[in-house]
Design a protein around this ligand. Structure first.
Ligand code: MF3
Ligand code: CO
Ligand code: CO
Length: 250
């Protein structure tokens, strides 16, 4: 069931890539996420989650995470994260990706690349016998070596029957620290990296998290499962998409 729901989430994110262009509103993306779920008997976990009003999160430019879809059109040069979580028969699949709107600045392109790579470097540490701190340390070391800062106010999480379960998966830390990973554990890794300082604040809507210095920020998220051999990425793109431009990566 986790495979099934995670692949539905990934398929949705594949399709979202064809929608992203200047003039499209994040509310239109949200409607697509809702309808696509409905067609597959899945519901969007964010809708009414702790009072959250929409079906997905759309976080633009200096918005770190939990941006609420609205009627404002995307503009050429924006970068937007779309974060989708479906629930199918009570099981949750959680993933997010960055999308460039038209042509973006080289700095934005580089941030997206470094953030994606930091997620994949974190995933390489996800195997039985390793500790959670190995994931966080690998992400932090790589991000900082690329002069990006790691957001410490949000983390990855266990996922399955619950949307946000134990353990917390920190995107920073020290090797050898934290709980030991064991075959069968399923959790998300979802690093948020900033070009400026790591500090964030939440706006008065109670959700939208932004960088305090308004610097550009990016995030990628996968749901992964620990296996006897290492780990499996449950939310891999069925189209083979990795980094933008999203064209088949094989
Ligand atoms: N999908 C987000 C995560 O990666 C959580 C969003 S909660 C919401 O954990 F309420 F803002 F949707
Ligand atoms: Co998550
Ligand atoms: Co998510």
């Amino acid at each position: 069931m986790m495979h099934k729901v995670c692949q539905l989430t990934a398929t949705c994110l594949d399709q979202v890539s064809h929608m992203i262009k200047p003039g499209v509103t994040t509310e239109e993306i949200d409607e697509f996420v809702y309808e696509f779920g409905k067609q597959h008997n899945a519901s969007p976990a964010p809708l009414n989650y702790r009072g959250y009003p929409k079906s997905c999160c759309t976080s633009i430019n200096h918005v770190v995470c939990h941006g609420i879809p609205n009627k404002k059109p995307l503009r050429e040069g924006d970068i937007v994260n779309v974060d989708v979580t479906y629930v199918l028969d009570g099981w949750h699949g959680d993933s997010s990706r960055m999308y460039p709107v038209g042509t973006i600045k080289r700095a934005a392109e580089r941030l997206i690349e470094v953030t994606y790579k930091s997620l994949m470097i974190g995933i390489e540490e996800a195997k039985p016998g390793n500790r959670m701190g190995d994931i966080g340390a690998a992400i932090q070391e790589y991000a900082e070596s690329e002069r990006c800062s790691v957001v410490t106010d949000f983390c990855g999480h266990g996922v399955g029957r619950l949307f946000h379960d134990a353990p917390n998966v920190l995107h920073y830390g020290n090797r050898g620290e934290g709980i030991e990973m064991r075959s069968g554990m399923i959790f998300t890794i979802e690093p948020m990296l900033n070009l400026g300082r790591p500090d964030v604040k939440v706006l008065r809507d109670g959700w939208t998290a932004v960088t305090r210095d308004r610097s550009l920020t990016a995030q990628y998220e996968h749901t992964v499962g620990i296996t006897d051999e290492g780990c499996e990425i449950f939310t891999l793109s069925p189209s083979g998409y990795t980094l933008p431009p999203y064209i088949r990566g094989d």
